[in-house]
Structure formats: C-alpha cells, structure tokens
Design a protein around this ligand. Structure first.
Ligand SMILES: Nc1nc2c(ncn2[C@@H]2O[C@H](COP(=O)(O)OP(=O)(O)OP(=O)(O)O)[C@@H](O)[C@H]2O)c(=O)[nH]1
Ligand SMILES: [Mg+2]
Length: 288
C-alpha cells in the first residue's frame, strides 16, 4: 500500500456509461463535493472536455487518465521542494490554531534529521505555555534541539535566540513554530512581520521558507485563511494536513489553483512518520 492510499479515492465515475453531458454534470457535482470549489471545478471540467475531445478519448479508463492529467497540471504551480541552501536555513510555520503546525514541525524535524541534517526547533508560539511543552515533546521524539522561552515572551526574541544558537552549533535548519491564535488578527500579522524582520536582519540572504499549514477537513474555509496569510506573510508553500480519511481531497487542487502556491507536504495522520513531500502524480493517482 502506497502512502497516498490513505487518501480516499473520489467516487467520480460510478455512473459512467459514455462521455456525455450527464457524465460531465455528475463529474462536476462529484468534484464540488470533494471541496474543489466552484471555480476550480469548472476550470477542471472545461480542460477535461477539451482534452477528451482533442485526444478522442472514450472509455472510462481513458477519461480517468485525462482527468488525472488535468488535475496534475493544476497542482503543479511551482517548486514542491524546500529551498534549504544556506546554513542555517529557516522554515517558518504559520496558520490558524489547530491546523497541525506543531505536529508538522515534529514530523519534518524527524524527516530532515533522517537526511543527516542538524535541526533546531524555535518555540515561537509563546501565547500558551502548553505550546512550548508540546513542541518540546516533539523535539525529544525527533531527537533534535529546541530553543524556547517563558510564556508571553516576545516570539521575535525566541527567533533571535534560535538563530544565535543555530550559528553557534552549526545547525542546518531552524524550524520555527508560531501561534495560531492571538487577541486579534492584526496582532498575529504584526507578530509574523516582526519575526520576519529578525530573520532578515540576523540572517540576510538565508534560504527561507514560509509554510502555511492548512487543515484539509476545513474545506473552502482553508482557502479564505490562505488568502489572508498570503497577503500578510509571503507564503512560499502549503502543508495540507489531515488528508487521512477525508473524502475532501479536492481541496488540494482548489488551493494550488486559486493561490498559485505549491503544496509542498501533506499530513496523513498524527504519527511522526505521517508526513510526505507532495507528489502531484502519485496524489492524483490516489485521488481519481
Ligand atoms: N489525523 C490527523 N491529525 C493531525 C494531522 N496533523 C495534526 N493532527 C492533529 O491535529 C491536532 C492539532 O495539531 P497541532 O499540531 O497541535 O496544531 P497547531 O496548528 O500547532 O495548533 P495551535 O498550536 O493551537 O495553533 C492534534 O491533535 C494533531 O495530532 C494529520 O495529518 N492527520
Ligand atoms: Mg501549535
């Protein structure tokens, strides 16, 4: 069983008898039900019609294959890899509360360590005491170092400390956790900007990723969040969590298409192994 098999296959071809208007209508409904959203669904179906006609496809398997290709092209909107060229490089994790930021950091720390990289976690979520405690557990599980301060500390100061520690210790990658919830949205955005400025100042020219973590089960709501964060924080990639067991995998295409930001990782469970680099080909194979 491949890793992406944890994604539920969409039931899109149950009523297939021929490529006709009924088929396309049902397909549209199926895609919308999978949280692909109206705009992206219409775009995908139009592209499929065009392709099926051009390539004279008829059988269910041929049309299925065309759909896979259409979705794959819509998913490939940028480099899905991480840019980690400098020592240290920095990856900032942002997103609203509960989406899976801290868990994703733990999983990614373990994966990067397994690649031979020296990893340091920065506990930039100082809003709740429990946040640093949770990240500490993940640091232990992954066998990596962590820099933290007391509850209520300035997250930018934590990042400053993490950068200093990373320099002193020859760390390859710093993974920075952030708070998902603050007193209000403006506070949150100001805080992210401040963190960003500290990184710019302390590590000019460093490789840097800002990964927006989105919970796949929140559907189109995730898109709204993504738009807000994109404007405020210069997102370089998406991590889509909780794709395990949801029949809403279409949200992945909606996000890539609507935001034109590459999905870089997907979370398919709560365990340390349950994170994978995003592979559009394998993903559409599992989805369709
Ligand atoms: N099924 C499943 N659960 C996940 C996945 N990723 C995270 N979770 C769970 O989602 C819950 C929230 O995860 P956290 O990592 O604490 O989320 P967070 O974004 O750090 O939340 P805040 O710190 O409150 O902003 C936890 O119970 C995780 O185990 C995933 O890919 N699949
Ligand atoms: Mg957290």
């Amino acid at each position: 069983m491949g890793f992406f098999d944890k994604i539920k296959k969409l039931n899109l071809f149950s009523g297939f008898s021929a490529v006709d208007d009924d088929f396309y209508e049902e397909l549209e409904e199926g895609l919308i039900l999978s949280d692909m959203g109206m705009d992206t669904t219409l775009k995908a179906v139009a592209a499929l019609k065009e392709r099926v006609k051009r390539e004279k496809r008829r059988s269910e398997e041929e049309v299925r294959d065309c759909l896979r290709q259409v979705l794959r092209e819509m998913l490939e909107v940028g480099d899905p890899g991480l840019r980690l060229d400098t020592r240290p490089s920095v990856i900032l994790f942002i997103g609203v509360n509960g989406v899976g930021k801290t868990t994703t950091i733990g999983k990614l720390a373990a994966a990067l360590k397994a690649q031979g990289k020296k990893v340091l976690l920065g506990a930039g979520d100082t809003f709740r005491a429990a946040a640093a405690a949770q990240l500490t557990i993940w640091a232990q599980r992954a066998g990596v170092e962590i820099v933290k301060q007391h509850e209520g500390a300035d997250p930018a100061a934590v990042v400053f400390d993490a950068v200093s520690a990373a320099r002193a210790r020859g760390t390859d990658v710093i993974l920075v956790d952030t708070a998902g919830r603050l007193h209000n949205k403006q506070n949150l955005m100001n805080e992210l900007n401040k963190i960003s400025r500290v990184i710019d100042r302390e590590l000019p020219g460093c490789s840097r990723e800002t990964l927006l973590v989105l919970d796949a089960t929140t559907g189109q709501n995730g898109l709204i969040q993504a738009r807000q964060f994109r404007e405020a924080a210069g997102v370089t990639g998406i991590v889509l969590t909780k794709l395990d067991g949801t029949a809403k995998g279409g949200i992945t295409v909606a996000i890539a298409d609507a935001l034109q930001i590459p999905v870089k990782y997907v979370g398919l469970g709560e365990g340390i192994e349950d994170l994978r680099p995003f592979d559009a080909g394998a993903f559409v194979q599992a989805l369709v």
